[in-house]
Design a protein around this ligand. Sequence first.
Ligand SMILES: Nc1ncnc2c1ncn2[C@@H]1O[C@H](COP(=O)(O)OP(=O)(O)O)[C@@H](O)[C@H]1O
Ligand SMILES: O=c1ccn([C@@H]2O[C@H](COP(=O)(O)O)[C@@H](O)[C@H]2O)c(=O)[nH]1
Length: 285
Amino acid sequence: MSEQASSIDYIMEKASGPHFSGLRLNGLLSSLSSSSSTSPTHRTCSVSASASPLTPKQPFVIGVSGGAASGKTTVCDMIIQQLHDHRVVLVNQDSFYRGLTTAELERVHEYNFDHPDAFDTEQLLDCIQKLRSGQPYQIPIYDFKTHLRCSDSFRQVNASDVIILEGILVFHDPSVRNLMNMKIFVDTDVDVRLARRIRRDTVERGRDINFVLEQYAKFVKPAFDDFVLPSKKYADVIIPRGGENHVAIDLIVHNIESFIYSAPGSVYTGVDFCKKLCGVSVVRR
Ligand SMILES: Nc1ncnc2c1ncn2[C@@H]1O[C@H](COP(=O)(O)OP(=O)(O)O)[C@@H](O)[C@H]1O
Ligand SMILES: O=c1ccn([C@@H]2O[C@H](COP(=O)(O)O)[C@@H](O)[C@H]2O)c(=O)[nH]1
């Protein structure tokens, strides 16, 4: 054990006598949390109480929405990196795209991938419900080049402390949205999103530039205005500039950790949380 960790243990043990009743971490955290959520100026670090209250050890569900190429995946990766002491699973809404039929494939230029009906939301809901109740799930694998799902392989995900659901329309369906304990919207300038999309779709997804621009004007932009932007109002936290915004990401991670450490039935103790605040790595019991 490091010197820093052992000295924190010493301080906490010393404090755990008659004086310790003054440091009830759960109460402290919940009062901090509720005071921040009532103040508009602290809105960026409040946690939504919209999902049903967490039962012991139930995973914390985070929704991350925003326009295509806004930096959602990048933000999720940064959150996951900082939550390295915990079991975190990332679920991409993209994995739940319905594979196109032969007829749809023949007229792929006319297919709207940005409409809510393009996703199998029933299956996505089933996935989040199962993961939330601690069951494993086999997530489909969608191929952006063929517009089909792999018929014989899946991504197996297991029970976790935190579930992050990322996608352009994860706030659209109320039954999915209501499973979330925290909702984040990544807000990136429209020109930046288009420039990134052109690069990604031509380089990584092997698309022709004319197809990308035509698809953008015909489907992506109108669907952003009709479905994605209106769902921004459900967000608890709005991150301007996506992954560049380290301050917002640090605040979010801090808030998630305070919930994990203070959840009823948590495997962590108040000492763990104090260690974490002091920058000491905490190992799950
Ligand atoms: N802050 C950033 N600066 C530069 N490029 C970025 C930044 N964030 C994301 N990108 C790039 O933009 C593209 C889309 O980012 P991604 O995180 O996958 O967005 P989304 O998941 O919203 O589609 C990727 O190629 C990624 O590398
Ligand atoms: O076969 C497909 C499926 C989806 N798209 C586009 O992808 C984006 C959503 O992905 P992000 O990772 O959130 O950027 C959406 O705008 C669809 O238009 C596609 O082009 N082809």
